[in-house]
Design a protein around this ligand. Structure first.
Ligand code: ZN
Ligand code: ZN
Length: 421
C-alpha cells in the first residue's frame, strides 16, 4: 500500500486495517519526504491582515467546566488532547459520558500484536469481571465508571459560534527501538484523527492484565507515522514532543524524534503549569535543527500562567489554523490574555525584526544567549557575518522574547528563525 492509498482511507490511522506494523527503526508505513520544517516562519504573512487565533496543542478538557476555561481565555480553536484512551474528543458535540468505553473502534496492541477495533469492552471484560476490585476503582473517580458501562449524557454544550475544533489526543505508552518502554514520552498530534490505547490505563478493569496495552504499545516511530497518516489535512497539523522538562526527556531521544519526520514539529516550551523548557529548545536549535516551540497548560487550566499558542492566519478556518502550526506561523504566550501581542515578526535574511502592540522589553536570543535587549514597541537585530559559519560560537538561530512592560507578567515567544537558509 502506498502513502496515497493509505491517506485515502480517511481516518486511516483510526481504522488502518491491513496495515502491518513497521519494523522497529524503520517508519515504513509512510514516506518521510515532507518538506523540511520551515526555517523562516512568518514569511509571506501580511501582518496588517493577520487574524490571531488562540489555542493550545496540549490541553485536557474533560467536562464543560474545563471547556469554559479555554473559552474564557478567548480560544478560537479547540483541540482537546485527552487520553484513556488517547482518542480525539472531536467533534465535542458527540462526546458522552463513557463514550470511548462504548464506541472504541481504533486498534489496540493485544499481547504485542496490533488488533483492529471495534472493541466491545462490556463483552470483553465479562469473563473476568469477578477480578475487578471496586475499592481500587474508587480511587480514580474521574476515570472509573461502573462495569457494565452505560453511555451517559452529553458532556458539552454546543461550542459558541465561530469557535473551531480539530482532532488531537495525547498519546503515551510507546516503546523504544529496543522494545523497552519509552518512559514518560508523551506526544500530541493536533490535526490528526489517530487514536491509541484503551480507557483502562490503571488496569482497574484488568484489561492490561489480560494483554490489552493501555497506550500505544508500539515503537514510537511507528506510532508517529500513524499520527501523520491520520492528519485531516495533509499540509496541516503536526506532532509535538510534550513536557520535556517535567519528564526529564532524554535529549538524544528528542533529536531522534525531530529527525524522524519533519512533521514532528517541535517541543513544548511552556508546559505543565509554567515549567520552562527553553533550555531544551535552545539546545535543539543550536544543533542547527529547526524546532518549533509549543505553549500549553496541559492539566493546569486554573492558573494565570497558562500556555497559549497564538496562530497567525489570514483567514480563520480549521485548515489555515492547522497550516499555521505546520509552517510555524504562530507565537507563544505565557498568559494569553491579550495583554500583549506581536504585530510583526520577520527575518529578511539579514535582520530579525519584531514589534508589539504595547511597550515591552525585548530579548533577541541566539545560540550565544541573549544578544540584544531593547525597550519599546519594536526591536531589530542584524546578523553578524560569522553567524553563517558552522562552528562553535555562531548564532545559528534567532528568536525574540517580549516581556510586557505593564506589570501583567505576560511574555511572548516568537518561533525561531534558522539563520542559515
Ligand atoms: Zn503528558
Ligand atoms: Zn497532558
Amino acid at each position: 500500500m502506498n502513502r496515497r492509498e493509505f491517506m485515502a482511507m480517511g481516518a486511516a490511522a483510526v481504522a488502518a486495517p491491513g496495515v502491518k506494523a513497521a519494523p522497529a527503526g524503520n517508519g515504513g508505513i509512510i514516506s518521510h519526504d515532507a518538506p523540511p520544517r520551515n526555517r523562516r516562519p512568518y514569511a509571506g504573512l501580511d501582518w496588517s491582515k493577520v487574524v490571531r487565533v488562540k489555542t493550545t496543542s496540549h490541553g485536557h478538557c474533560i467536562s464543560q467546566w474545563w471547556l469554559d476555561q479555554y473559552l474564557k481565555r478567548g480560544f478560537g480553536l479547540i483541540t482537546m488532547s485527552n487520553y484513556y484512551p488517547s482518542a480525539p474528543w472531536c467533534p465535542a458535540a458527540k462526546m458522552t459520558k463513557n463514550y470511548w468505553r462504548l464506541h472504541h473502534n481504533h486498534p489496540v496492541m493485544v499481547k504485542g500484536k496490533r488488533v483492529d477495533g471495534p472493541f466491545d469492552w462490556n463483552r470483553i471484560i465479562e469473563p473476568w469481571k469477578g477480578e475487578i476490585d471496586a475499592k481500587a476503582i474508587a480511587k480514580y473517580p474521574s476515570w472509573a465508571s461502573n462495569y457494565p458501562f452505560v453511555e451517559g449524557e452529553k458532556i458539552f454544550k454546543p461550542l459558541p459560534p465561530g469557535v473551531l475544533e480539530a482532532p488531537n489526543a495525547e498519546h503515551h505508552g510507546f516503546l523504544l527501538e529496543n522494545g523497552k518502554p519509552a518512559a514518560n514520552l508523551h506526544i500530541c498530534s493536533p490535526g490528526s484523527a489517530f487514536a491509541s490505547g484503551t480507557f483502562d490505563a490503571h488496569d482497574l478493569c484488568k484489561t492490561l492484565s489480560h494483554g490489552y496495552h493501555y497506550g500505544s504499545g508500539e515503537f514510537w516511530g511507528t506510532a508517529i507515522d500513524r499520527m501523520i497518516a491520520g492528519f485531516i489535512y495533509p499540509d496541516g497539523g503536526g506532532v509535538t514532543i510534550n513536557h520535556p522538562s517535567w519528564t526529564k526527556l532524554d535529549r538524544e531521544l528528542m533529536l531522534q524524534l525531530l529527525d524522524h519526520d519533519p512533521r514532528v514539529l517541535g517541543i513544548e516550551v511552556i508546559e505543565d503549569s509554567g515549567h520552562n523548557s527553553e533550555n531544551y529548545w535552545d539546545w535543539a536549535l543550536s544543533t542547527g535543527r529547526q524546532c518549533f516551540g509549543f505553549f500549553v497548560p496541559d492539566w493546569h487550566v486554573d492558573k494565570k500562567v497558562f500556555g497559549v499558542n497564538v496562530l497567525c492566519v489570514q483567514e480563520k478556518t480549521v485548515r489555515s489554523c492547522l497550516k499555521a502550526y505546520r509552517e510555524g506561523n504562530f507565537y507563544g504566550a505565557l498568559n494569553g490574555l491579550d495583554e500583549l501581542a506581536f504585530t510583526r515578526i520577520a527575518f529578511d535574511g539579514t535582520t530579525v525584526m519584531a514589534a508589539t502592540d504595547k511597550p515591552a522589553r525585548f530579548e533577541v536570543i541566539t545560540a550565544r544567549g541573549v544578544v540584544k535587549e531593547q525597550k519599546g514597541t519594536e526591536v531589530s537585530w542584524t546578523v553578524e557575518k560569522e553567524a553563517y559559519w558552522q562552528g562553535p560560537g555562531c548564532h545559528i538561530f534567532a528568536r525574540v522574547k517580549a516581556y510586557a512592560a505593564d506589570g501583567s507578567g505576560e511574555v511572548l515567544f516568537s518561533q525561531p528563525f534558522m539563520l542559515k537558509g
